[in-house]
Design a protein around this ligand. Structure first.
Ligand SMILES: Cc1ncc(COP(=O)(O)O)c(C=O)c1O
Length: 363
């Protein structure tokens, strides 16, 4: 089965084989060294992060990394406040997390199909001088939109706002410009653009944050300062880590480095997206967003009136491909297709044939 959902991804044989590398205790030095290697490799994927940032890795899905980032780095009452810019499920979830942790926040909620309007953002910032941080999603997987971080980042720099970024569905395949965006921290996961297995996620944050006196965090498990103290001290993590998933993640990171890093991965996704787009256009299937607004990782297409999601899904699944439904109000009208994972040229040929079958106008 080839997975075209936005993670977990189809594994390469090499990454799958790494899962059975051995039975290791998470409190032995060899596992501590593995965690430290993974943290180093994650940070060094981007030149822009290599110098001034350090990663910590925790056991949990992408949501745990985003929540840990906000719990640990978003300011508490009296220390500032966070403006959440949301144009999809994952941005809205960031606001829910901040509220759950009783952190002061404003939510600027846009239509899911709309870009973040920086004039509106500026207006909110003018009215709320207490705002010190921006929290948003790099690639909003709800629609496939790659938010315009260069424009938003420039605003963060101009106004001295720190950026807390959900990079769960972009880390490893899209550009991250830490200084140009005034980035404080970015959260990511093993099982999307890095092509690892679900179970580990990570937060890459500025060394300045790690070095400060750790503020109290209203969570035991999600306190990233504890992970930092452990992983950069003895090497041990505060809680049991997903050992086999770590073997797979190391292998996935090595594979990514050897294949040319995030830029090469981005090129691969762009090529896959173009190929699949041509097949869909031939079958008169249109896009939800403009091509230039989409990430390289996933796109949302409009279901033609003649066919429903379940029918398309099931036809593709019978041919060996799993696509993904839309979320919320978009669900009846769209489907999503992601380009991550181990997909060969032959898989793409077969997928394009299957798409033609799925969208063939009724005779
Ligand atoms: C942008 C983004 N953030 C967060 C998440 C949540 O990740 P998880 O489902 O691994 O908890 C996802 C999942 O698709 C995502 O795409």
């Amino acid at each position: 089965m080839i997975l075209l959902n936005p993670g977990p991804v189809t594994l390469t044989d090499r990454v799958r084989a790494a899962l059975t590398a051995g039975d290791w205790c998470h409190r032995e030095p060899e596992f501590a060294a593995l965690m430290q290697e993974i943290n180093r490799r994650i940070t060094h994927l981007y030149d822009e992060l290599a110098e001034d940032f350090s990663a910590v890795t925790l056991t949990g899905s992408g949501t745990s990394a985003v929540e840990a980032m906000l719990a640990s780095f978003a300011p508490d009452d009296g220390k500032g406040a966070t403006l959440v810019l949301a144009n999809g499920v994952y941005g809205e979830r960031m606001a829910k997390m901040l509220r759950a942790h009783r952190k002061p926040c404003e939510l600027l909620q846009s239509e899911w199909t709309a870009a973040i309007d920086l004039d509106v953002v500026s207006g909110v910032l003018d009215r709320h001088p207490e705002l010190t941080h921006i929290a948003t999603v790099h690639h909003e997987t709800t629609t496939g939109r790659l938010n315009d971080m260069d424009a938003l980042g420039a605003l963060c720099v101009r106004r001295g706002l720190a950026l807390l970024l959900d990079g769960v569905s972009s880390f490893g395949a899209e550009a991250i410009k830490a200084d140009d965006w005034n980035l404080d921290a970015v959260a990511g996961t093993a099982n999307k653009c890095l092509h690892g297995v679900p179970g580990l996620s990570f937060v890459v944050a500025r060394n300045r944050l790690w070095a400060q006196a750790a503020p109290p965090v209203a969570s035991v498990y999600l306190d990233l300062y504890g992970y930092y103290a452990g992983q950069y001290g003895t090497g041990y993590s505060p809680f049991t880590q997903s050992v086999q998933v770590a073997f797979a993640l190391r292998e996935a990171l090595l594979e990514l480095e050897e294949s040319g890093g995030w830029r090469a991965r981005r090129r691969t996704y762009v090529e896959r997206a173009a190929r699949i787009h041509r097949a869909l256009m031939l079958n008169s299937v249109g896009m939800l967003l403009r091509e230039e607004d989409c990430s390289c990782v996933l796109r949302t297409y409009l279901l033609p009136d003649r066919v429903g999601y379940t029918e398309v899904h099931d036809t593709l699944k019978a041919a060996g491909f799993v696509i993904y439904a839309g979320q919320g109000d978009l669900a009846p009208d769209v489907f999503r297709i992601a380009y991550m994972g181990d997909i060969t040229a032959a898989d793409l040929d077969a997928l394009c044939d299957a798409l033609s079958d799925a969208f063939e106008p009724a005779a």
